[in-house]
Design a protein around this ligand. Structure first.
Ligand SMILES: N[C@@H](CCC(=O)N[C@@H](CS)C(=O)NCC(=O)O)C(=O)O
Length: 356
């Protein structure tokens, strides 16, 4: 069986060569993190480990991973914001008939009887957990098993998303930021919505700039708040989080989307965090200084993105709530799921005031 190299093979994208060992040294551990709950520095701050499989699908038929209909499968969890951004792309680009997908169950379980690892697992049948399905390709019990099929010596985290190549029986990529770029451009000969470009050349500089602070202070920022084990890193992360939300509110009071008056990658990346904010992060990750609903522009904007055709089907709030409240016993030992607030993101918004 062909194995995918664990060293990034992104020779045409050299800036992506961020070898994980540097991070490991900083964390004073020679073992890679097995789960997000292990990703702590000595100061009690949360520090996310980089992804490992970094191959690219290309529209060039001669490439190792050419864009072909029916060849690739996307494994996701509806709960996970990184996986959800890939699913959002699959839907809005009209790739449902080209790339199949499967969601795991929302609550982490033991992945192997021989050790304590907790992670993503598949249901045994279609009825076990609405939205989740058994693995259609290998009947794997866990996402961990997929990584073990792809590589015999993998020792990192068993994360979703996983973009799987059915032909070479391996993982193409487990980095959502790169999977969405592939979905945006490389399948355009097969996509129903090929003309939608969420990373147009003219806006790339702007999108990259927004992505940078949105990633560190919001997407990852909520995790830094929630997983902090000391007061100081929690407060530092909270301060940056609310500065970033205030900045979004300012931008969105002047224009419909984050990079102007057309929707871009920056909006999809921001949306996956905003949609989880009041339902989960405000309570579970202690992001309660202000709620999303208290930011009129950001709140209406979240509804606006939710109502883009295809997006609402990438949001499964039941999985989202079950996962966070049920999978982090160090934060929520009894796994109680708060009953509220059940926001209706399909209700009217005021964003048409900027034009459509
Ligand atoms: N860099 C990855 C991050 C993915 C990630 O952290 N996924 C989380 C779920 S939200 C996961 O699968 N965690 C499993 C674990 O921590 O063991 C990406 O953006 O694709």
């Amino acid at each position: 069986m062909l194995r995918t190299s664990l060293i990034p093979t992104s020779h045409h994208r050299p800036h992506l060569l961020s070898f994980p060992l540097l991070h490991l040294r900083r964390k004073n551990t020679l073992k890679m993190a097995r789960s997000a709950l292990d990703e702590m520095t000595n100061s009690g701050a949360f520090d996310r480990t980089p992804s490992t499989f970094r191959n690219f699908i290309s529209k060039d038929p001669a490439s190792r991973f050419p864009a072909e209909s029916g060849r690739y499968h996307l494994y996701i969890s509806y709960a996970c914001p990184w996986a959800s951004r890939c699913l959002s792309y699959l839907k809005i680009k009209g790739l449902e008939k080209v790339i199949s997908f499967t969601s795991v169950k929302p609550i982490w379980e033991r992945t192997n009887e021989n050790d304590e690892h907790m992670g993503w697992v598949f249901p045994a049948s279609n009825d076990e957990e609405p939205g989740a399905e058994p693995d259609p390709l290998h009947s794997a019990r866990s996402v961990r098993e997929l990584y073990e099929i792809a590589s015999t010596n993998y020792s990192g985290k068993y994360t979703v998303p996983v973009l799987w190549d059915k032909k070479l029986q391996t993982i193409v990529s487990n980095e959502s930021a790169e999977i969405i770029r592939m979905f945006n451009t490389e399948f355009n000969d097969l996509a129903k919505n090929a003309s939608l470009d969420l990373y147009p050349t003219s806006l790339q500089g702007k999108i990259d700039e927004v992505n940078e602070w949105v990633y560190s202070d919001l997407n990852n920022g909520v995790y830094k708040c929630g997983f902090a084990r000391k007061q100081e890193p929690y407060e530092e992360a909270t301060e940056k989080l609310y500065q970033a939300l205030d900045k979004c509110e300012g931008i969105l009071s002047k224009q419909r989307y984050m990079c102007g008056n057309s929707v871009t990658e920056a909006d999809i990346r921001l949306f996956v965090t905003l949609i989880r904010f009041d339902e989960v992060y405000a309570v579970h990750f202690k992001c309660n200084k202000k709620l999303l609903r208290e930011y009129p522009n950001v709140f209406n904007y979240t509804k606006d993105i939710f109502q883009i055709p295809g997006i609402s089907s990438s949001v499964n709030m039941e999985h989202i709530k079950k996962h966070y409240y049920g999978s982090h016993p160090s934060i929520n030992p009894f796994g109680i799921i708060p009953v509220g607030p059940n926001i209706d993101f399909s209700s009217p918004h005021d964003r048409q005031r900027f034009g459509s």
